[in-house]
Design a protein. Structure first.
Length: 207
């Protein structure tokens, strides 16, 4: 589930495009749509500067999102393998150079773990900010995902992101189900990121 720090990021980085992989039952969709409605009271009814793209492999979850938000023109749901859908959205022009994009990666409940492929594809998006759900947070007891020998931690993603950043940030507070959150900022300097994050409960680790 999305961490409340994400709302601070949306405001501070002027995020206008939010993409989630791994919708499941839509709890984070509801939270983020409420955030956008606070920033734009017409978000649920009229075309807004804010857009939400929801991706899931399971048709039943996508059908549920489409049913719940049928009257909201700013929320679009896509069924399919998340890396393939992300690439199609890029190819089809859903993201522009002027967009400020936030990605919430939470698609990891089946045998195939798409996180590394997602991180690679998102490199095509300028200045992308990526939130990694269920991520191992050093010095805490926050929950994180582990599949066999694979742990969702800095070592798992290091080789994929090192050409885009030399730092991983962590939320200093867990989400509502006591899980950790990692944060990756592509194409930004450490000094720039730290300035934006000043005063937030976050900390960082060099890769």
């Amino acid at each position: 589930m999305i961490n409340e720090i994400a709302f601070d990021l949306i405001k501070r980085f002027d995020i206008n495009k939010y993409t989630e992989t791994g919708v499941f039952k839509g709890a984070s969709v509801k939270i983020v749509s409420d955030w956008f409605e606070k920033l734009d009271p017409n978000f649920s009814k009229l075309q807004s500067k804010f857009s939400m793209y929801e991706i899931d492999l399971e048709k039943k979850y996508i059908d549920d999102i489409n049913f719940k938000y049928v009257n909201n023109p700013n929320i679009k749901a896509f069924q399919g393998n998340s890396p393939e859908v992300l690439q199609k959205l890029i190819n089809d022009g859903y993201y522009s150079e002027n967009d400020n994009c936030l990605f919430f990666l939470d698609a990891h409940w089946n045998e195939y773990i798409p996180m590394l492929d997602e991180l690679c594809i998102i490199k095509q998006i300028k200045n992308a900010i990526i939130l990694l759900d269920d991520f191992k947070t050093p010095g805490t007891r926050y929950g994180f995902c582990k599949y066999g020998d694979i742990e969702f931690d800095i070592n798992y993603i290091r080789d994929v992101i090192k050409d885009k950043t030399d730092m991983v940030y962590y939320a200093g507070i867990c989400n509502t189900d006591a899980r950790g959150l990692g944060m990756v900022f592509y194409d930004r300097t450490e000094k720039e990121i730290d300035l934006f994050l000043q005063g937030l409960r976050v900390f960082k680790e060099k890769i």
